[in-house]
Design a protein around this ligand. Structure first.
Ligand code: PBG
Length: 325
């Protein structure tokens, strides 16, 4: 025989399934939520069809559904209406996120609660840290660390299983680890947004949190999308600082980074299938450009095939339903 028989294993669905190398599973997904203040709120986010800002009781109802579909973890973002230049609302003990953590833990059994630790949704200027007027309104790394530690502590004290620092400040993982250890919260883990790129794919998310930077952009702290060696340095650094899980974000345009991270480090790896990636698929599918179910499962499988152990995705609930069917 002068050729290799490759097609024989593609002949029918049974054989294809038998030899498939990547198995996408509902247990891989993490469902993000936008938590708002108030009562009985369910406010659609226009640029993200199917995603809402939910107040507490609606969040609990939805998260129960998420859990019953087989999804094991949620990621919470707070929607702030009381922004200031320091983002002080982010660490209020009775803030929307802090209350949501407690309520989820009280009402839903065996669900992992992860919280985003950042200031951009809480500052009037929309940047991820505190600004230093002397340095041309640049983000002040070290002063921001102190606030991020307070935010993380408030989440950990409320009962979060993992805090997820996403501000891209140097030293944020170590600062948060030290602060939690000092307060007897050694059990709370850190999911680090280690390789987070300054990406155009975050557009719709910024509508959800009303967190668009009021001037400039995030390129002085988030990563340059021309780089990949640097992503490995960021990830290595976060592991040294005490991260339990590391993340690459966004996912789809960054599959090469996911692959390199998986090859270089043996630590759980998450990928964030971000808002812009979600909305492209949603709007395109609504226009009949693709079969939504098929394209979503292809995208999520690609992220897994690249090497992600966990996928944070707004498609989580729908995809879980499709995988069950
Ligand atoms: C906070 C944060 C952002 C996202 C997650 N955490 C926005 C940003 O950096 O501008 C984006 C998530 C998404 O687009 O789905 N810093």
């Amino acid at each position: 025989m002068a050729f290799v028989r490759l097609r024989s294993l593609r002949k029918n669905a049974l054989l294809r399934d038998l030899v498939s190398e990547t198995k996408l599973a509902t247990g891989d997904f993490i469902m993000p939520y936008f938590v708002s203040e108030g009562k009985n709120k369910k406010q659609p986010i226009k640029s993200m069809p199917g995603i809402y800002r939910l107040s507490l009781e609606n969040l609990i109802r939805d998260a129960k559904e998420t859990k019953s579909l087989g999804i094991k973890a949620v990621l919470l973002f707070g929607v702030s209406t009381k922004k200031d230049i320091y983002g002080t609302e982010a660490y209020r003990n009775d803030g929307a996120v802090q209350k949501a953590i407690k309520e989820i833990k009280k009402n839903i059994k065996d669900i992992v609660v992860i919280t985003d630790v950042c200031l951009c949704g809480y500052t009037t200027h929309g940047h991820c840290g505190i600004l230093n007027a002397k340095r041309g309104a640049n983000v002040d790394n070290d002063r921001t660390l102190k606030i991020l530690a307070k935010v993380a502590l408030s989440h950990a004290e409320a009962g979060a299983d993992l805090v997820a620092p996403s501000a891209m400040m140097d030293g944020q993982v170590k600062t948060i680890r030290d602060a939690m250890d000092k307060h007897g919260l050694e059990e709370t883990g850190i999911l680090a947004y280690s390789a987070k790129y300054a990406s155009n794919f975050y557009g719709p998310f910024r509508e959800a949190l009303d967190s668009r930077p009021q001037f400039g952009d995030r390129r002085s702290y988030q990563m340059d999308f021309r780089n990949s060696d640097e992503a490995l340095r960021e990830i290595g650094q976060d592991i040294n600082e005490g991260a339990d899980i590391v993340m690459v974000k966004p996912a789809l345009g960054y599959l090469d980074i996911i692959r390199r991270a998986k090859q270089d480090f043996n630590i759980p790896l998450a990928a964030y299938n971000v808002s812009g990636e979600y909305s492209l698929v949603k709007l395109g599918s609504a226009k009949g450009l693709f079969d939504e179910k098929k394209i979503v499962l292809e995208i999520l499988t690609s992220i897994k095939r690249a090497g992600a152990d966990l996928i944070i995705t707004y498609h989580a609930k729908e995809a879980a339903g499709w995988l069950k069917a």
